[in-house]
Design a protein around this ligand. Structure first.
Ligand SMILES: *Cc1c(COP(=O)(O)O)cnc(C)c1O
Length: 383
């Protein structure tokens, strides 16, 4: 069994993907061009935003978002303690300082109450200017934007939505990709909408930010003139071949999302009585980038992980190390504090195989192995 079986998706879409790639090879416009524009238009329409600017990766999208908001030395950017490291890295790269925020232990997303505490603490210390908040929609579930957005407004912070794992998720009628001043997604192959290499995109409704982002992605050049640059930029573009592949995958997305929803509901039915399963708050949908459960303690988690491994079932600890424990940030002078919930979750979490092409009997096998391992661990504990 595979953790995320990309080959099955490829087999299902093979004729269309071959045709799309072949088309680009015949046409020969490998950088930018019509196919990239077409993808950007469709993606913007999907999440109902005015602009979509594709770039070379989700990480680049986050970095470009900070640059276009002129965030740099002396600025504080608030980001969850429990997430993939990209957000914290790019904040450091701009010279700004990441301020890590504890998570909600049920949704695994940024805790708005802790965010307010952190903002107040930064203001009180008086060393940094609070400039932006970069919440992640972890494992595909949107963060609590109904609380985060008013808080950001209250303190004058921009919101940069890290939607790398949540393309296709929603809160009511609103789609992930529309919750930030700038919203960023990733097309890394294993993400809900993935290409066959690296890729990313930034969404915004602002003409001014969109125009400047396009320029920043291409060395800071003025529109229409490659060799005159108005500011310092970089080279961050989505390849035409990847765009063509994404156009095919976008067509299959709704059907795939319905399939992955079924896998999640089977897991929920089997596992809910025994472990903490993901709880999607009313009115939200998840893109199910991961299906992450919590066990009683790290010992039980590791026992189950080992039992799954012996049964040939891959599982992952996302994430084994929260930001405040990353060696690379140990010299960063971030505000020291105890991260109660991230420490709790990192010890107990385990992500199970999930993807749109997972068969019902495979999902049930994962559950059976977990339940057997749990029964064994209970028996051991009672001896
Ligand atoms: C994958 C991911 C990123 C980075 O995206 P890349 O395309 O791999 O650079 C950023 N944030 C989160 C939460 C991610 O999962």
């Amino acid at each position: 069994m595979k953790f995320r079986d990309l080959n099955r998706q490829y087999q299902a879409l093979k004729p269309l993907i071959s045709q799309a790639v072949q088309g680009v090879l015949e046409q020969g416009d490998f950088i930018q061009g019509q196919t990239v524009r077409q993808l950007e238009e469709q993606l913007a329409a999907c999440v109902r935003r005015k602009h979509c600017i594709t770039c070379a990766s989700g990480t680049d999208g986050l970095l470009l978002s900070l640059l276009v908001l002129d965030i740099g030395p002396g600025d504080a950017v608030f980001t969850p303690d429990f997430t993939y490291i990209a957000a914290a890295n790019v904040i450091c790269l701009t010279g700004a300082q990441p301020v890590f925020v504890d998570i909600d232990p049920v949704t695994f997303n940024m805790d708005p109450r802790d965010l307010e505490d952190r903002i107040e603490a930064v203001l009180k210390a008086g060393r940094l200017r609070p400039k932006a908040v970069m919440p992640a929609n972890l494992f595909g579930l949107p963060a609590d934007y109904d609380s985060l957005q008013p808080l950001a407004a209250k303190y004058g912070l921009s919101v940069i939505e890290d939607a790398a794992q949540s393309f296709g998720a929603s809160i009511g009628q609103r789609r992930s990709g529309s919750f930030g001043t700038l919203s960023v997604t990733s097309f890394f192959p294993a993400k809900p909408l993935g290409c066959y290499g690296d890729g990313g995109a930034v969404f915004t409704d602002s003409d001014r930010l969109a125009d400047r982002l396009r320029s920043l992605c291409q060395q800071g050049q003025i529109p229409g003139n490659k060799y005159i640059c108005r500011e310092v930029g970089c080279n961050s573009r989505l390849d035409t071949i990847q765009s063509a592949i994404l156009l095919v995958k976008l067509q299959a997305y709704d059907r795939e999302q319905a399939a992955v929803e079924r896998v999640a509901s089977i897991y929920g039915m089997w596992l809910r009585p025994h472990v903490q399963v993901p709880d999607v708050p009313r009115g939200m949908t998840s893109a199910w980038a991961q299906y992450t459960v919590l066990f009683r303690d790290s010992r039980q988690r590791n026992q189950v992980k080992e039992a799954l491994r012996q049964a040939g079932i891959p599982s992952m600890v996302y994430y084994p190390l929260p930001m405040h424990q990353q060696p690379s940030f140990c010299s960063t002078r971030f505000e020291k504090k105890h991260f109660l919930h991230t420490d709790y979750v990192t010890e107990r979490c385990l992500s199970l195989p999930i993807h749109p092409y997972m068969r019902q009997e495979e999902t049930e096998l994962v559950c059976t192995v977990i339940l057997e391992a749990l029964a064994l661990s209970e028996k051991e504990a009672s001896l």
